[in-house]
Design a protein around this ligand. Sequence first.
Ligand SMILES: Cc1cc2nc3c(=O)[nH]c(=O)nc-3n(C[C@H](O)[C@H](O)[C@H](O)COP(=O)(O)OP(=O)(O)OC[C@H]3O[C@@H](n4cnc5c(N)ncnc54)[C@H](O)[C@@H]3O)c2cc1C
Length: 427
Amino acid sequence: MNRILIAGAGPVGLTAALALARRGFPVTVLESGAGLAAESRASTFHPPTLEMLDDLGVGAELHERGLLAPTFAYRDRRAGLIALLDLAVLAGDTRYPYRLQCEQSKLTPILRDHLLREDGAEIRYGWHLSGVEQTGDGVTARSADGRSVAGAWLIGADGAHSATRRAIGVEFDGITYPERFLVASADEELSAWLPDLVSVNYVFDPVEWCVLLRTPDHWRVLLPTPSETPDAAEYARLDARLRGVHDPGRPWRIAHASMYRVHQRVAAAFRVGRVLLAGDAAHVNNPLGGLGMNSGIHDAIAYAAALAAGDESAVEAAAGARRRIALEYVQTVSHQNYERMRATDPVARAAHLDSLRATAADPVRARAALIRSSMLSPLRPATTRPGKRARPATTRPGKRARPAATRPGKRARPAARSDKRPRPAAA
Ligand SMILES: Cc1cc2nc3c(=O)[nH]c(=O)nc-3n(C[C@H](O)[C@H](O)[C@H](O)COP(=O)(O)OP(=O)(O)OC[C@H]3O[C@@H](n4cnc5c(N)ncnc54)[C@H](O)[C@@H]3O)c2cc1C
């Protein structure tokens, strides 16, 4: 019996399921919800994730639903644009030298539809995993209402509150940030208000830092929010805060807004016997830099390859490598992003902004910085050392990156160049 069980039909569980099904494994996905989650959370796909999803045969459909972001910007609340980083310098490193802006809720139905076309693949909705039992060569998942299903392996991709992780007794240590993050999706065209805006903008400020993100359907604004204030009070002052970004002389049109507590945590082990942890079940981090879902998808792909190798030592190595990357790369980069957004020391702030300007102006420095922020460095340490040109063979032979089809008429605007003078503007 080589059926693989997967707890959770989020982006990570469904990627693992499809990657395994494509390699000939029968898979059963156990999902507690009645259907796929529609919540709008992750919205940025990095180059290596786009390569992996393309290899799974879902890249073109994802591109049809997303927006290309060939650049991203660092801004300062008071000084305006500081630096524009252009991912075109990664053309020799990846067949996707850009980010794709697209909500995770648009990826999961694509993965599901491809998965259900595979022989031996199934999704069981309304199946809430609550217990796990292991034998030497298999694992049984149990639901709260007394059902059970057996497989050769179980991948726990059941999110930050993972019942799989609890069932196998793995600790989830780390920190919770003092602020909550408030994410507002606006039916507004921010680029008409702030003309040098690109699709991804990190806006530094010691008090009111924010992130401005274009998604196919909205502009999203992410703001830090005190931890103890009543939610209703925060939503009541949201419009005033948004008018600090830009004041259109009327209330902003907000489609929806939600508040999140944000943690940095990594599971003490990613593998216990025949159970693997992936995605938010294994590691959570703040959303600055867009690393959470992306690294979860990388876990899923690594586990599928290791399980297909049919060798337990490959599985052990994959779990160990993914945990190291979560600790050494994802946690470090996301926390650094958080500290830089809100830095208060004026000397350190000025030095950081100068360094960003210098990076944007120098293609060698820019490439090194982008290799790191685009998640290429932890996956290809040998080929992506700064200054060393990667083989174009990160590209599959004969397969050229399509200048990916975005939504008709929605191609990201050619970005303003990094030497453009900063405007004294809000955000
Ligand atoms: C505001 C915000 C913005 C973000 N932006 C980004 C971004 O731009 N880029 C990025 O990479 N990441 C981002 N993230 C993080 C990203 O959303 C998560 O990392 C991602 O959802 C993790 O996917 P997952 O499949 O591991 O878990 P989830 O998406 O949480 O899916 C888990 C699934 O498991 C199911 N489940 C739960 N318990 C059980 C159970 N006991 N039995 C069976 N099923 C169960 C759930 O119903 C769910 O369907 C953001 C997060 C937030 C909050």
